[in-house]
Design a protein around this ligand. Structure first.
Ligand SMILES: C[S@@+](CC[C@H](N)C(=O)[O-])C[C@H]1O[C@@H](n2cnc3c(N)ncnc32)[C@H](O)[C@@H]1O
Length: 374
């Protein structure tokens, strides 16, 4: 397929904005520029730092979003003050670092991401990216990615695997990150800018109805996206549309099958059960990935699965507690728990998880990949 170097074709009327102005126009970051803590930017969290501590430190260091930076304020919020110059000593040779593609008729999904777009969720995702890095590299090793490829990370959040894809496709390739939450795109722009990844673009759009032309990419990837949506098959079908014949689709999703704490505790069981019942998607989606790929017409389908044991101080150890806290309103509104029961369960679970001997076995991370038929 013919390719314009460095460009994805957008529908007529779309605007392309540069997040980072060229060096001659670049200004020093203004005092209100937002910075996430080091752990939140994917640097390994200090040993022994629990998720709750990382989030607390994120909360303490992140001012509230700039006024008006909601959906309508998205473009304005991506002005240079939020995007500091690359770190000292890293030169990008005056090239354009990253571009943000904005479709004026932004496609908004009918469903909202239940964990929201608050700074603490961005920080959690960035810390989680670092924890999932090795497993994601193993997945990419299975795909025949070549220099010069165009790769898409669907539901990329504040980082996703944009950096991993950027290195794989090299300077002659391009990567696009897509997310429907402006705050996530804003965070991703900041993260990419700090790492000076010149071949990454971002687009704020729904994964269910992406405004990009068919066959735009050689591969598409999604991680921990489908578990959040009620109709995952629509997104997989859309990914298959966006990838050229012979290209690849790779998906990584959890299956709560293996998610237990050791020793068991009734508060864990109860909160996990109520969360699963009120979750916006299917918490056992992992086991359906190969079927979803098959239904979208893919061939050469492969599946792998990973799980790890965590203990107090490891980042995912108190994830159930975090989910319960973020989904408090859903849990109470569902009528499954009243606020007294909720508070008691959260308290009991916290005490149990932070005992030194308490372990958790992660939810299974299922990886599935397959090929769009030629
Ligand atoms: C759990 S996060 C995972 C982020 C990233 N893939 C990673 O692995 O770190 C899910 C992301 O998907 C995005 N998302 C959820 N539903 C979406 C949709 N329908 N279209 C586009 N993005 C969506 C959310 O905004 C959020 O950033």
């Amino acid at each position: 397929m013919g390719r314009v170097p460095g460009a994805h074709r957008l529908p007529a009327g779309s605007r392309t904005l540069r997040v980072y102005p060229p060096p001659q126009t670049r200004r020093a970051p203004r005092p209100h520029a937002r910075r996430l803590p080091a752990a939140a930017h994917g640097a390994a969290a200090p040993a022994g730092m629990a998720l709750a501590e990382v989030l607390d430190s994120a909360k303490a260091s992140v001012p509230s979003p700039a006024s008006g930076a909601g959906r309508d304020g998205c473009v304005a919020s991506l002005t240079p003050p939020l995007c500091p110059a690359p770190p000292e000593g890293r030169r990008c040779g005056g090239r354009q670092y990253s571009r943000f593609l904005w479709n004026p008729v932004m496609t908004i999904s009918a469903f909202e991401y239940m964990l929201g777009e608050a700074d603490e969720e961005c920080s959690r995702l960035l810390a989680q990216c670092a924890a999932l890095q090795e497993t994601s590299i193993k997945l990419l090793d299975q795909l025949p990615i070549q220099a010069g490829w165009r790769a898409l990370d669907v539901g990329c959040g504040p980082r996703g695997i944009l950096d991993l894809l950027s290195y794989r496709v090299g300077p002659t390739g391009r990567v696009m990150g897509l997310d429907y939450q402006p705050r996530m795109i804003e965070s991703a722009a900041h993260w990419i800018g700090e790492r000076c990844l010149p071949n990454v673009d971002l687009i704020c759009a729904s994964a269910e109805a992406c405004p990009l032309p068919s066959n735009s990419f050689d591969m598409a990837h999604a991680r921990l996206l489908l578990i959040n949506v009620p109709r995952p098959e629509n997104i997989v079908r859309e990914m298959a549309r966006l990838v050229r014949p012979g290209g690849w689709i790779a998906i990584q999703e959890r299956d709560w099958l293996s998610w237990v704490c050791i020793p068991p505790h009734p508060a864990w069981e109860t909160l996990r059960e109520h969360l699963a019942a009120t979750w916006s998607g299917n918490v056992h989606i992992g086991r359906s990935l190969s079927d979803l790929l098959r239904q979208a017409g893919l061939t050469d389908i492969h599946v792998a699965a990973h799980a790890q044991v965590t203990q107090p101080g490891d980042l995912p150890h108190d994830l159930l507690l975090y989910f319960a806290q973020r989904a408090r309103n859903q849990l109470l509104n569902s009528g499954r728990l009243n606020s007294q029961d909720y508070d008691r369960l959260v308290d009991e679970l916290r005490q149990h998880l932070y005992q030194p001997h308490c372990l958790t076995l992660d939810a299974l991370l299922v990886q599935a990949w397959g090929r769009v038929p030629v």
